[in-house]
Ligand binder design. Structure first.
Ligand SMILES: C[S@@+](CC[C@H](N)C(=O)[O-])C[C@H]1O[C@@H](n2cnc3c(N)ncnc32)[C@H](O)[C@@H]1O
Length: 195
């Protein structure tokens, strides 16, 4: 694991950036290391730290990120340069709900880490653009323990919880895909496209 990234991750945590938690981050890197994807899509880039980490683990990969916050995009681009991956990474700036239906590419690896209430909607675009043998890695799928009933869902989070349940239904029940849910931190699901 790149020490410089770990330092930046610590700094980002202190700044309150919503970056991937430690165990989930290790699982992301392990999965990328095993799969060695050539094309990666990241929904929710933030300041670019997971994107850089995935590119360092898969040296021939190219990354497309989607991020709505222009300030974060500027920082992510600076971070890409710092790690010399700027030629392998591009960011589409805007709302993933508008960008995803327009995507024409297909991907070996998708990291879904955007707004939690939209995972089901996004999955309808993401599953078809996964290459056969490809992987959809989604963070926060147990959303604060509300999704698996470990924690009682406050009324205001019912819509997000239901969207997440619909997402998990889609990735576990759609034919041709196989999904494992990891009960670590905020919950991670790893879906493979089988055929
Ligand atoms: C959890 S953070 C991503 C962290 C990043 N994947 C990492 O691990 O370093 C989620 C990001 O999604 C972005 N986001 C929120 N709503 C979005 C939307 N509708 N479309 C695209 N990006 C969005 C936020 O600005 C935020 O930077």
């Amino acid at each position: 694991m790149d020490e410089r990234i770990l330092t930046l991750r610590e700094k980002a945590k202190l700044n309150g950036e919503p970056i991937l938690r430690d165990e989930s981050y290790k699982l992301l890197l392990k999965t990328v290391r095993e799969k060695k994807p050539l094309s990666i899509l990241e929904v929710g880039v933030n300041v670019g730290l997971s994107g850089i980490s995935m590119l360092l683990e898969s040296p021939n990969a190219k990354l497309t990120g989607i991020e709505i916050d222009e300030e974060k995009v500027q920082i992510a681009k600076e971070n890409y340069k710092l790690f010399g991956v700027e030629d392998r990474a591009k960011i589409l700036i805007g709302d993933a709900s508008e960008i995803l239906p327009l995507l024409t590419g297909t991907y070996d690896f998708i990291f879904l880490d955007g707004p939690k209430g939209h995972y089901y909607e996004y999955s309808q675009h993401l599953l078809p653009c996964l290459n056969v043998g490809g992987t959809l890695f989604a963070d926060n799928v147990l959303f604060r323990g509300y999704v698996n009933g470990k924690v009682k869902t406050p009324h205001r989070f019912n819509t997000t919880k239901n969207s997440m349940l619909n997402f998990l239904d889609a990735v576990t029940k759609t034919q041709g895909y196989s999904t494992v849910i990891h009960d670590i931190e905020d919950g991670v699901s790893i879906t493979e496209k089988l055929k």
